[in-house]
Design a protein around this ligand. Sequence first.
Ligand code: 5GP
Length: 196
Amino acid sequence: MSGPSGAGKDTLVEGLKARHERLLYSVSATTRAPRPGEREGVDYFFLERAEFEKRRTAGEFLEYRDYNGHLYGTPRSFIDKALREGYDVVSKPEVNGALAMKSQFPDAVLIFIVPDKFSHLRSRLETRRTETNEQIAARLEIAHDEFTFVRRFDYLVINEEAQPQQAVDDLEAIVRSERYRIHRYPETRLKELEDS
Ligand code: 5GP
């Protein structure tokens, strides 16, 4: 799930997780400082830049990107293990990271999240008060740049200001219908059905 900062991705991921026990969130690593209330290993793995670089060189990230001066990366081992064990995995990289993941996992489903009005982004970021005015301006500019990639995504979900539950319903509908795609059934299961 990608989308601009302030689109409400965190709330939607939480909402979706609450409805699916076999859905795991992939915690990313970042070099940015924790915001008040953010927890190590839950929201992010907060790393010093040198440590991030060391892990990157060791090939520990599936993908990594610089976003507004900080590094963000998706740890490879967690996703590999979760998929092997049959879990669905959700992560929320910025758009380039999402496209990089799709190239490694062609089965991945890319969902773009936007607020019902782009102008809400500014007010959400201002209310959150975790960034300086300069950082907010940079994030809004990135938001517009990121939206140019929307056509390369599979789905667009609009997170309406007053109705986050609706967006969670939409996400759940996507997860459910994706599970019924023919290519997600093991060949053995199709054979079994045919022979039964
Ligand atoms: P924030 O600082 O607001 O938590 O995240 C900034 C941006 O980095 C967001 O667009 C977020 O989705 C993205 N991001 C978070 N984790 C990752 C990651 O592992 N890889 C990439 N490419 N982007 C990430």
